[in-house]
Design a protein around this ligand. Structure first.
Ligand SMILES: *[C@@H]1O[C@H](CO)[C@@H](O)[C@H](O)[C@H]1NC(C)=O
Ligand SMILES: *[C@@H]1O[C@H](CO)[C@@H](O)[C@H](O)[C@H]1NC(C)=O
Length: 530
């Protein structure tokens, strides 16, 4: 009887557990501003969550190329068109900027974000989201702080997905500090082992970024979301600091290790996947040559058709002399005097090409996603870094011995040909990247599994507040113990002063008495000196 009751109990309990496991939760994936390549980094996670039965809504400026199970795709302001318009309006020529050694003006970007943010909040599909309720929000934080007003209104646990390895200023929001003495800012292209001047520079950069965020960027986004959704919404820092978890698209095999807490999980490689068979036209083109093929792409943000014509012709000339077939990502399918071994395409299945057995090398701008995919698939690189984190990525790859770096500004035909021949003829580049690939892949859990696990973990434990360190609650002075150090310095100073004063007193007494003993003359002199 007893055992029957027990098994019944177990059955009921088991089915309850089961229900909990299968229950589908409503997840909102949120981004107001995004590039295609940033969105690509987390879409496999979204797809997998949908496959596991969660009800996923993606609100973003870029539509997914294919429909996914249980995933509802809602488009905000057409991000691709917007980017193109911005580039045209601002005469934003990255090749020219690179040649003139100019950096992107952050204030120009802020102004632009502001307009996009206001317009996005006004969209009926975004307003309608406010009337729904969600169990979890997954947000891409880069340039998206403006959407935090919506996050706050929806009152659901927040998981952040950083499309690049987590930046210092984001980690800081959740109480994690990356010491600038050994974690270089990605924008500076510095090594992890820095000399005094490099540490000086790195520290200054970190302070400048904080100041820009604190005095310019955050007040602006707060103004916008309060204007659209109400004045009671807390600061951007507070909402970010309330995040349950940050998934960071990094891994310690790719950059030097960072001090992470349990609420920051490295899922680098989450979007890398084994190659699928190629479309027939590409496979046919590759098979036409007997010496394999080379892939050339400058990424999705750098428009190839803005490339100065002289450089384009020079590159084409080098390609025409190669025995290999060349696939070039270019914004149109035609080009005058295109050699037979070169094929242009607006869109290329990059991962399937990188994982193809006949690939010889990848000529790349060294964007984060491209560099990571090349490691995953073990393909050596010729690097033409342009801006942002690309020089740092190129530098890392060079140090790991699988990249020949070229300078875009000084690119000559000889250099370009030389780099390609070096990779083709020297097996060390491929060997090195294969070794790194083994390090990158050797993990207890597949990064996609890991990402899904942690998102579901936050769902299961209602925001998982136990993951948070108390560091989140401290202000900058408390965090770095500045107040305590100041107190100690004060106590020690007072103590030293007292000891010194007492010693002086004792000494004076002793000296005085000894002197008065020895001669009365001495006392007289001593008094004079006083
Ligand atoms: C949201 O709900 C409110 C009240 O329930 C309603 O007045 C409003 O029209 C709804 N908005 C949208 C966009 O559905
Ligand atoms: C923090 O997140 C919880 C949900 O996990 C939400 O209810 C609360 O309003 C949030 N607070 C702030 C300040 O964002």
């Amino acid at each position: 009887m007893k055992s029957k009751g027990l098994s019944l109990l177990l059955l009921v309990f088991g089915s309850l557990l089961n229900i909990e496991q299968c229950s589908s939760e409503k997840i909102l994936v949120l981004s107001f501003i995004s590039t295609k390549s940033h969105k690509l980094t987390y879409m496999p996670l979204v797809e997998e969550l949908g496959k596991r039965g969660h009800d996923v809504t993606v609100l973003s400026p870029i539509l997914s190329p294919k429909p996914m199970k249980n995933v509802r795709d809602i488009m905000t302001i057409d991000g691709v068109n917007l980017m193109d318009k911005f580039i045209k309006e601002q005469n934003f020529d990255l090749f020219k900027m690179k040649e003139e050694n100019k950096q992107m003006n952050p204030f120009l970007m802020f102004g632009w974000f502001e307009g996009v943010c206001r317009d996005t909040y006004d969209l009926p599909q975004v307003q309608a989201i406010l009337n729904e309720s969600f169990d979890l929000i997954l947000m891409q934080p880069m340039f998206n702080d403006c959407a935090l007003g919506l996050v706050y209104r929806l009152k659901a646990p927040l998981v952040l997905f950083s499309p690049v390895s987590i930046a210092n200023f984001l980690a800081e929001k959740v109480g994690v500090y990356f010491p600038p003495s050994f974690i270089p800012n990605v924008m500076l292209g510095l090594p992890a082992e820095m000399n005094f001047f490099q540490r000086f520079q790195n520290f200054g950069m970190e302070v400048m970024i904080r100041a820009t965020l604190y005095f310019l960027y955050e007040p602006k986004v707060e103004e916008i979301y309060r204007e659209k959704l109400g004045n009671d919404i807390p600061s951007a820092s507070e909402i970010l600091g309330n995040a349950s978890l940050i998934l960071s698209n990094g891994h310690f095999s790719l950059h030097s290790p960072k001090p992470l807490m349990p609420d920051i999980v490295d899922v680098g490689g989450l979007h890398s996947a084994p190659a699928e068979p190629l479309p027939k036209d590409l496979e046919d083109f590759i098979k036409k040559g007997k010496d394999g093929f080379i892939l050339f792409s400058m990424g999705s943000a750098i428009k190839g058709d803005m490339m100065p014509d002289a450089k384009r012709k020079m590159i084409l000339n080098v390609f025409s002399k190669l025995k290999q077939q060349v696939l070039w990502k270019w914004e149109s399918e035609t080009m005058p005097d295109l050699p037979k071994n070169v094929k242009l395409s607006k869109w290329l299945p990059q991962q399937d090409l990188l994982g193809h057995k006949d690939i010889k090398m990848f000529i790349t701008h060294c964007g984060g996603g491209s560099t990571e995919e090349s490691i995953y698939h073990g393909v050596p690189l010729v690097g033409l870094p342009m801006m942002a984190d690309q020089p740092t990525n190129a530098d890392n790859a060079k140090k790991n011995g699988y990249l020949v770096e070229l300078s875009w500004n000084d690119l000559t035909e000889e250099d370009f040909m030389g780099a390609i021949q070096e990779i083709l003829n020297n097996p060390k580049y491929r060997d090195n990247v294969k070794k790194l690939s083994a390090l990158f892949s050797d993990r207890p859990t597949d990064p996609l599994e890991l990402g899904v696990y942690w998102v579901e973990y936050v769902l299961r434990h209602n925001g998982a507040p136990h993951l948070r360190s108390v560091g989140r609650k401290l202000n900058i002075f408390q965090y770095h113990s500045v107040d305590v150090i100041a107190a100690y310095v004060a106590i020690v100073s007072v103590a030293l002063y007292v000891i010194f004063a007492v010693l002086r007193l004792i000494c004076r007494k002793l000296c005085g008495s000894s002197k008065s003993k020895s001669s009365s003359n001495g006392v007289a002199i001593g008094k004079k000196q006083n």
